[in-house]
Design a protein around this ligand. Structure first.
Ligand code: SF4
Length: 517
């Protein structure tokens, strides 16, 4: 271990998994997978080791009989066509062609086997990609503005800064043993396109006049997070110049590593430390580590676009466009991915971008090529003009593959969105998110309508059901949604949501939106 670990001085205050991590750094599992388990097979893996597989970006897939899910990091969501092609090929070779886009701009495979891992790691590395630390108690995929560099609504291009963060934290053993998962975002988009409030550490757009000149940089919020006890990130009184961003990120992450709670896993996220210390104490400790920083400048976030980009839109480069595509509930496949990579090369700038709403964007398309691009067969399903409810439906993995899930989510979310599109007319988009358990990978709390899987007792036995919460929004006036009373059976969700939306439509006041209702 490359630093003096403060928490190790009091091992009685550590949970069981912490003791395991003390003996073996999570990153060591990558070597063991390659050199041992992939050769000796699934049966050779001791049960206790599976907890560390997350540091390789790998989870066991339900029902734990030899298949795995894997997440691949896409920092800031920017992907070259060569990378997209390799992702498609890996998915086809090992993952039955299935590719999910996640709410951290990563992609997720299913159906992998332990013997596949060395080749997958090698092939990802060959195109500059990695699955390492996409899961686990470490810095997860760094979320960013998917339009970085081309965005008419960004203060400045954050691409290089995202790469700097990724380069510093990825597989860095100084930060590979954090108390729990740790989520960072960096964006200068003035419509909060990376959902800053839900991140452990978020850099958001700001400016400040220093020595008579306007400097563009960031404000910082810490301690956001979802799950059973959701917290909104809290802003520090600090203006961060772009060249000081990494220093601040290292400082915040060091505080989490050294002072974050390691006694109970459900109380180990940074949000609990920030809530208990308060932002003043947190800031004092940070200044102690990194030195003085200027006070806040002007906050430049002016709204929230909810990270939706569907349709054809002009880039900041004159004559070029980005085309936001809907990936229904985030599920696509190798064939589609490969076709998009071809379109990116033929019509665009050779790039694809992933969004935290599980969608994709093609970029750099000249005005005179847009119409021809829109005729591409793959854009009939992955359309830039999706139906209203399908366009705003998000779902976690659910019990099709996830061991923690209580109910099925993804296919249900797709069916519900389709039903609403066929039966409900509304003049504004309603964001509907499904999650299969309280962990909230589908970010239920920020949705207009969030559905959390549960069970309900009926005369026929326990059946799938959902708790419903309404009115989540981020950006100025951010608030998580509020739970409604009662629980709805899974097969009644579509009808109940249609009734709820009709009620809203009939009762709303002029200029009232769903989260005001
Ligand atoms: Fe699994 Fe729960 Fe996350 Fe859904 S929210 S993917 S069920 S852990």
């Amino acid at each position: 271990m490359a630093y003096e670990a403060i928490w190790m001085k009091d091992p009685e205050k550590l949970n069981k998994f912490e003791l395991y991590k003390m003996d073996k750094d999570g990153l060591d599992i990558i070597r063991d997978i390659v050199e041992k388990y992939a050769k000796e097979g699934f049966a050779s893996i001791p049960e206790a080791e599976f907890g560390l597989f997350k540091w390789a970006g790998v989870y066991q897939q339900k029902p734990n009989v030899g298949h795995f899910m894997m997440r691949v990091r896409i920092p800031g969501g920017i992907l070259s066509s060569a990378q997209a092609r390799e992702l498609a090929a890996i998915g086809r070779d090992y993952g039955r062609g299935l590719i999910d886009v996640t709410t951290r701009q990563a992609i997720q495979y299913h159906w992998l086997e332990i013997e596949h891992m060395p080749d997958i790691f090698r092939r990802l590395e060959s195109v500059g990609m990695s699955s390492f630390e996409a899961c686990g108690d470490c810095p997860r995929t760094i979320v960013g503005n998917p339009l970085a560099g081309i965005d008419p609504h960004e203060l400045f291009d954050t691409t290089a800064l995202t790469e700097e963060l990724e380069g510093h934290f990825l597989a860095n053993r100084d930060f590979s043993n954090l108390p729990r998962k740790y989520k960072m975002s960096i964006s200068s988009n003035i419509y909060n396109s990376s959902n800053a409030e839900i991140q452990c550490l978020a850099f958001t757009p700001a400016s400040k006049v220093i020595d008579g000149a306007e400097v563009l940089g960031f404000h910082v919020s810490v301690g956001g997070g979802l799950s059973a006890k959701p917290h909104l990130g809290k802003q520090l009184d600090m203006f961060v110049r772009q060249e000081e961003m990494l220093k601040v990120a290292i400082g915040v992450t060091t505080i989490f590593r050294d002072y974050g709670y390691r006694e109970k896993r459900h109380y180990a996220r940074l949000k609990f430390l920030v809530a208990e210390w308060g932002v003043e104490k947190f800031q004092e400790k940070l200044i102690e580590l990194i030195g003085p920083m200027p006070a806040c400048g002007e906050d430049r976030t002016i709204g929230w676009n909810a990270a939706y980009f569907d349709g054809v839109h002009p880039q900041k480069q004159a004559g070029l466009n980005y085309v936001g595509l809907n990936v229904p509930v985030g599920r696509t496949n190798s064939d589609e991915f490969e076709q998009l990579a071809d379109l990116a090369d033929r019509y665009g700038d050779g790039k694809l971008r992933t969004t935290i709403t599980q969608n994709l964007i093609l970029t750099g398309v000249p005005d005179d090529k847009v119409e021809e691009l829109l005729q591409a067969p793959v854009l009939q399903r992955l359309t830039p003009n999706p139906n209203q409810f399908m366009s705003r439906a998000v779902s976690c993995t659910g019990n099709e593959f996830c061991n923690l899930a209580i109910v099925e989510t993804k296919e249900r979310a797709r069916r519900v969105a389709q039903y609403l599109d066929e039966n409900v007319r509304l003049d504004e988009p309603i964001r509907i998110h499904f999650i299969g358990c309280p962990n909230s990978c589908g970010q239920k709390h920020v949705a207009d309508i969030g559905l959390q899987g549960s069970l309900i007792k009926t005369p026929e036995g326990m059946v799938d059901a959902f708790d419903i919460a309404v009115g989540g929004t981020l950006g100025p006036g951010a608030k998580y949604n509020t739970a409604l009373k009662g629980r709805v059976k899974g097969d009644e969700v579509a009808d109940r949501l249609a009734e709820l939306i009709h009620f809203y439509k009939g009762s709303r006041l002029t200029d009232e939106s769903f989260h005001d209702f």
